[in-house]
Design a protein. Structure first.
Length: 145
């Protein structure tokens, strides 16, 4: 993934299927009742010089939490904490709060290291064909039963 910072937002550019995500950093509040989005509606702010905190709501409940197909509801709230540990390393901690689908908060990612890539790195897109995606979904659905 590449992270691009503009004056009022941070963009997360993903290799997989050339997707992107917007995190607003202009001081706006989360909307009261956002239209569901694949990646939700995100706002972020700097907690200190080394920690960027992102709050996200409004995720489309057709998405999965992970590659195992774990579900979530439209009530889910996600907090991401990006902490710069040193010059080349960010640590990512994710906490999920979904009182409709789960009985307690949980942290599926705690201190996941993200390494700085060289400035000349060229990320190549990764795109699954529709048949590959359908086969994967069928496999995951079969394993859940």
């Amino acid at each position: 993934m590449q992270i691009v910072q503009t004056p009022n937002q941070i963009l997360m550019l993903y290799m997989f299927e050339k997707r992107w995500r917007v995190i607003w950093t202009d001081g706006r509040a989360l909307p009261k009742n956002p239209d569901p989005r694949w990646y939700g509606y995100s706002v972020g702010q700097w907690e200190d010089d080394y920690t960027f905190v992102v709050q996200t709501i409004g995720m489309d409940d057709r998405t999965w939490l992970d590659n195992a197909g774990n579900p979530h509801s439209t009530d889910m709230r996600v907090e991401e904490r990006y902490h710069r540990r040193d010059r080349d390393t960010l640590e990512l901690t994710v906490t999920i709060d979904d009182p409709t689908a789960y009985t307690q908060l949980w942290t599926p990612r705690n201190k996941l290291p993200l390494k700085l890539m060289p400035p000349d790195a060229d990320l190549m897109e990764m795109i699954c064909s529709p048949t590959e995606a359908a086969a994967y979904k069928k496999l995951v659905d079969t394993q859940k039963k």
